[in-house]
Structure formats: C-alpha cells, structure tokens
Design a binder for this molecule. Structure first.
Ligand code: CA
Length: 223
C-alpha cells in the first residue's frame, strides 16, 4: 500500500509516517496544502492522512479540490481536540474519517484498517495462487501449507503481485505502488528484493510461481 501524509507539524508528520512505515506502507510526505494537493492529484495513493490546519492552502480546500476533481482516494483528517466544527466541516468536504490529536499508533492504524475495509481495497479472503496462500489481513503467507516468513518489503512486493496475480506487473508499476517517491528508480532495488522473495516462495518447489517476463516485468501465476 502507498499513502500520502499532508501535515506541516514535523513531530506529528514523522510520528504518522513512522507508524505507517512500521506496517510496510510506503509513505510520501507533504508539508503544505499546495504540495499535498499536487501529489494527491498526480500519484496513486491508497489513502491520504490530511491535517486540516496547513500553510498556503488549508486541508478543507485541498479536500474540496480533490473531490471536485473526481479523486475518491479515502481521506482521514487530523483535527485539534477542541475543533468540533472542523470535524463536521471536514466530513462535509468529503473526508471519510477523522482523528483527534493526539492519537496513539494503534488508534491511527485501527482507523486506517477500517477505512481500507470500507474502501474494500484489502480483500478479506486470502489470495490463492496455486498452493500459495497470501492473507493480506493477518499478513500470513504459506506455500503447500508451510509458513513462509517475509520481511516487510518482501511482503509488500508479494502483496502487490498477488493482488495482480495472472497479470504482468512492470518494474515501474512496482516502483510506483510499492516504493515511495524517495526511492531512486535507477537502483536495482526491485531485482534484489525479487531475488530474495523468489528464494522464499519458489526455492525447493517443482513449479515456480514468480515468472520473469523478459524486458517487461514479472507475473505471479501457476504454469
Ligand atoms: Ca497543522
């Protein structure tokens, strides 16, 4: 998953971004409403965390602009404890949920999980590809009934391939959806992670599930 955090307070921004990265979500950060709006309209995010009090352009204006442009990305607003009107206005502007500062990591992640469930972008049933089972909710992966332990990044890569099982995904698609903007696209980070993932998923099995499509990308499928 990939998220955008639009928040000008450095402490809150790094707290939110840290919480999300901890659960393998790729995160881009914007420090004012203008930059946030530009990123939100140009990059594919699974959800946006939007502070309402922002420099240059406030959160309400960002939200109205996005919805007016048909961008339906789920948005969680961050509001101050005493700003009840802000919550109401935020929801009226097209927010999906709000969080009152300060909040705990578990509260933030619970809201995001609920948001993703409502947006049904996280399939509740495990994805099966041959004898490989990928549970996106519990993050439990098995092949032929045997548990496979994956690093956060390996899981994120497998999750993206499993969501697109049977379809070829290109390196640039992977870079766009699994890594954040700060990743240099010229590095071979995808190939390194793919090699590691292959060792865990396919090593020791007669039929591989991860296939390389020469000069195009990769596909997860049975033969
Ligand atoms: Ca703020």
């Amino acid at each position: 998953m990939r998220a955008l955090v639009i928040e000008d307070e450095p402490v809150v921004a790094s707290f939110v971004e840290g919480c999300l990265r901890e659960v393998s979500i790729a995160v881009d950060g914007a420090r004012d409403g203008d930059e946030g709006y530009r990123l939100a309209t140009n990059e594919p995010y699974d959800f946006i965390v939007l502070d309402l009090m922002l420099p240059i352009r406030d959160g309400f204006s960002v939200l109205r602009g996005l919805r007016a442009n048909g961008i339906r990305t789920p948005v969680i607003c961050l509001t101050a404890r005493d700003a009840v009107d802000d919550r109401v206005t935020g929801l009226d502007c097209g927010a999906d949920d709000y969080l009152v500062k300060p909040f705990s990591p578990s509260e933030l992640l619970a809201r995001i999980r609920a948001l993703m469930r409502r947006a049904s972008s996280v399939p509740l049933n495990p994805i099966r590809v041959g004898d490989l089972v990928v549970d996106l909710v519990t993050r439990y992966v098995t092949r032929a009934g045997k548990r496979i332990d994956l690093s956060a990044k390996e899981f994120a890569l497998l999750e993206y391939m499993a969501r697109n099982a049977g379809h070829v995904v290109t390196r640039s698609m992977i870079l766009e959806k699994v890594w954040d903007m700060n990743q240099d696209p010229l590095t071979n980070v995808i190939d390194v992670q793919m090699t590691r993932l292959r060792k865990k998923i396919d090593y020791g099995f007669a039929s591989p599930l991860i296939h390389t499509i020469r000069s195009v990308g990769f596909v997860l499928r049975t033969d």
